[in-house]
Design a protein around this ligand. Structure first.
Ligand code: HEM
Length: 354
């Protein structure tokens, strides 16, 4: 099998794991001339980058991507919890994470089943069901109701597709329009405890954050289920946890240096970007012994897929329950041994499942 062209292309390579293993062993934290980015691959380097005070989630000189500047889409993006650092992040995180945490596993499973009932009744393709489910469930749990919910969830997905790095101009244009439509539909909605603009933006933000990562998680879990049906039936939640470690739906994230600093023993200059290979760290043998084995009863599973530190995913439990519930309802619809294609992405691993 071919080797990934670079650590970004690895995200949708059919088997990036031998390549990641080489990076972990020989270049755990190094500058990559092809991409112009530092690359953190080992568990130790990933921890060091995600906890370094000098790193930011956006390039300091470009808080909003140039493609979205001076638009409703740019304003929305700039208000997302995920895109903020420091003080503006801390207080907002408390509100958003608190609102997500108040939904226990039973409520998340019930809402997932309710949305799946509807989607399955519509005789849609499996890819279409997997694509629609995450923002529908998250939107409903955050208080959106019918008849507006399906259209708002679709607009959030359109926005998410267009704001991800490297997307074609057509998708960016659709995202810009989706931001305008979302603003019109959601005026007066959103999380309590926030000012009106932050409340709406972060309601959109949680649907956007849920989208590609959970689409990838459900797809990868369905593929793993086709390979190990007996394990999936034994303990669906432990099964999803191991999928998250073994074949991470979010393969990488990025950080940007606000100032010169030493990270994992290397001098990294202000303005430089760092690619954080979460999927490689999951398979670092120092973190998870026998890392390539798919194994449900790992005593101390180390999962980097939801990030670490201040920006770690506040919805990992919710996402795991959505995926485990979907796995039960969609069992047997993916066949083992088929060649897998992935949707284009620089960081998410979203298989097409049929
Ligand atoms: C119910 C579905 C989900 C919701 C509502 C959600 C929401 C969020 C939010 C709001 C953040 C930003 C937190 C902050 O900046 O303080 C975040 C971060 C993150 N999420 Fe999730 N998420 C979901 C599912 C997932 C899944 C399935 C994955 C992985 C497979 C994932 C991986 C991440 C990662 C890696 C980050 C941190 C990114 C970074 O630090 O650069 N999320 N999520």
């Amino acid at each position: 099998m071919s080797v990934p062209a670079d650590p970004i292309a690895a995200a949708i390579h059919p088997d990036p794991y031998p390549y990641y293993a080489d990076l972990v062993a020989w270049r755990p934290f190094d500058f990559d001339a092809r991409t112009g980015l530092w690359v953190a691959a080992s568990a130790e380097a990933v921890r060091a980058v995600l906890s370094a005070p000098a790193t930011r989630v956006r390039p300091p000189a470009e808080p909003v991507p140039a493609t979205l500047a001076d638009s409703a889409a740019g304003e929305l993006f700039g208000r997302f919890l995920r895109m903020r650092d420091g003080k503006p992040h801390g207080a907002l995180r408390q509100e958003v994470a608190g609102a997500l945490a108040c939904h226990g596993p039973a409520a998340v499973a019930a809402e997932t089943n309710r949305q799946l009932d509807r989607l399955l009744a519509g005789r849609r393709s499996l890819d279409d069901i997997v694509d629609r489910l995450p923002p529908l469930v998250v939107g409903a749990l955050c208080g959106l109701t019918d008849p507006a919910l399906p259209e708002i969830a679709m607009l959030a997905a359109t926005f998410a597709r267009g704001i991800a790095a490297g997307r074609p101009a057509g998708q960016v244009a659709l995202a810009r329009q989706a931001a305008v439509d979302l603003g019109n539909r959601l005026s007066g909605c959103g999380f309590a405890g926030l000012d009106a603009e932050l409340a709406v933006a972060n309601l959109v933000g949680v649907m956007v954050q849920s989208y590609e990562a959970t689409v990838g998680l459900i797809g990868l879990a369905l593929i793993a289920q086709a390979r190990h049906p007996e394990l999936a039936a034994t303990d669906p939640v432990a099964f999803v946890d191991e999928v998250l470690r073994h074949d991470a739906p979010v393969q990488n994230t990025r950080r940007f240096m606000a100032e010169d600093a030493v990270i994992a023993g290397r001098e990294v200059g202000a303005g430089q970007g760092i690619l954080v290979l979460l999927a490689a760290a999951n398979r670092d043998p120092q973190a998870n012994p026998r890392p390539d084995a798919f194994c449900l009863d790992r005593p101390d599973r180390q999962v980097f897929t939801f990030g670490l530190g201040q920006h770690r995913c506040p919805a990992h439990g919710m996402a795991a329950v959505i995926a485990a519930t979907a796995l039960g309802r969609l069992a047997g619809r993916v066949l083992s041994g088929q060649p897998i294609r992935y949707r284009p992405s620089l960081n998410a691993r979203m298989p097409l499942v049929g």
